[in-house]
Write a protein of this length. Structure first.
Length: 317
């Protein structure tokens, strides 16, 4: 019996280079993380370790590097590398699959979605960019820890991680009020996949259909023990120039609530909103050794209040 079938009713998390990844068919993370010694790999729920996964209320305050703030104080602080927008032309594409391949159980059925023109940030939100919101008192600090990038002077241009969906959403709303960023928000799940497939092309990966290599994507098995500065692997960009749509962080928050299938999913590019606390994560898996986990159609999910060292986000508008 393969792992995906074996853990059909449980999200099994392993820590690899400090990042947690899943081997569950529905790609969701349990809220019941148990205290246990850290292990390089785990096989049962009782061995799940909460390292790298913490709730909002339990997150310790992270020290802020003095290098993040301008001499004039937080109100005058601005990032040296502001958000760069990429225009994504609208169109119709087929989202989801009817394949029986393991890992795509919640990506059914295949359905057509019409996407309007929109902009997406070229990069994941960086530590430096997120810090602006913190210094202006509009955002709370990300989680701290060995594998969190916050508070580390040498990681200002790395993706901000250890942020919950709620924090990502608050940052997006903060940015939407800044001149030149009107309309900033988290992308919908369909927008994210459409953009990751270079405007809806029949691409398995952001760069096309060639199998992943270390020159295209930031992976732990390529000698990386964590994230890298954003846009460090241009060979893996989409045709429109989006960076790190697979790898670097493990997952990226999107707007949608998670459901176990695409039945009755929106077909106009909007996000699915409904009851619940579990949000969708998209993006190729940094810590996975399986090429399939880097594909643009793979879905993940996580409770919106949890902060994970493997999760970051980017903006759309």
């Amino acid at each position: 019996m393969n792992n995906r079938k074996r853990y059909a009713l449980a999200a099994v998390i392993a820590t690899v280079a400090g990042f947690v990844y899943l081997t569950a068919p529905h790609r969701s993370v349990l809220s019941d993380f148990r205290d246990a010694p850290a292990e390089p790999a785990i096989d049962t729920l009782k061995d799940i370790n909460p390292a790298g996964v913490i709730g909002d209320a339990a997150t310790p305050a992270a020290p802020v590097s003095k290098g993040y703030a301008a001499e004039g104080g937080p109100s005058e602080w601005t990032p040296s590398k502001p958000v760069e927008w990429v225009s994504i032309p609208g169109g119709k594409f087929t989202m989801g699959t009817d394949s029986e391949a393991p890992g795509f159980e919640d990506a059914k059925p295949a359905h057509e979605v019409m996407i309007k023109n929109f902009d997406m940030a070229r990069t994941l939100v960086t530590v430096e960019q997120y810090a602006e919101c913190v210094h202006k008192g509009r955002c709370t600090e990300p989680g701290s820890g060995n594998h969190c990038n916050w508070g580390k002077q040498d990681k200002q241009h790395h993706p901000v991680n250890c942020v919950s969906w709620k924090q990502a959403d608050k940052y997006a709303k903060f940015m939407a009020k800044q001149p030149g960023f009107e309309g900033a928000r988290l992308p919908s799940e369909s927008e994210w996949e459409y953009a990751a497939r270079s405007a809806g092309r029949d691409h398995k990966y952001p760069w096309g259909n060639e199998e992943p290599t270390c020159d295209k994507v930031v992976l732990w098995r390529c000698g990386n023990e964590g994230t890298m500065p954003v846009c460090g692997k241009p060979a893996g960009n989409t045709l429109q120039g989006l960076c790190d749509m697979a790898g670097n962080v493990h997952w990226q928050w999107v707007q949608d609530m998670h459901r176990k299938s695409y039945k009755d999913a929106p077909v106009d590019g909007s996000a699915f909103e409904g009851w619940g606390s579990v949000r969708v994560l998209r993006g190729g898996a940094f810590a996975s050794s399986a090429p399939g986990d880097l594909q643009t159609g793979i879905r993940f999910s996580l409770i919106s209040s949890l902060r994970v060292g493997a999760v970051g986000f980017r903006l759309a508008r």
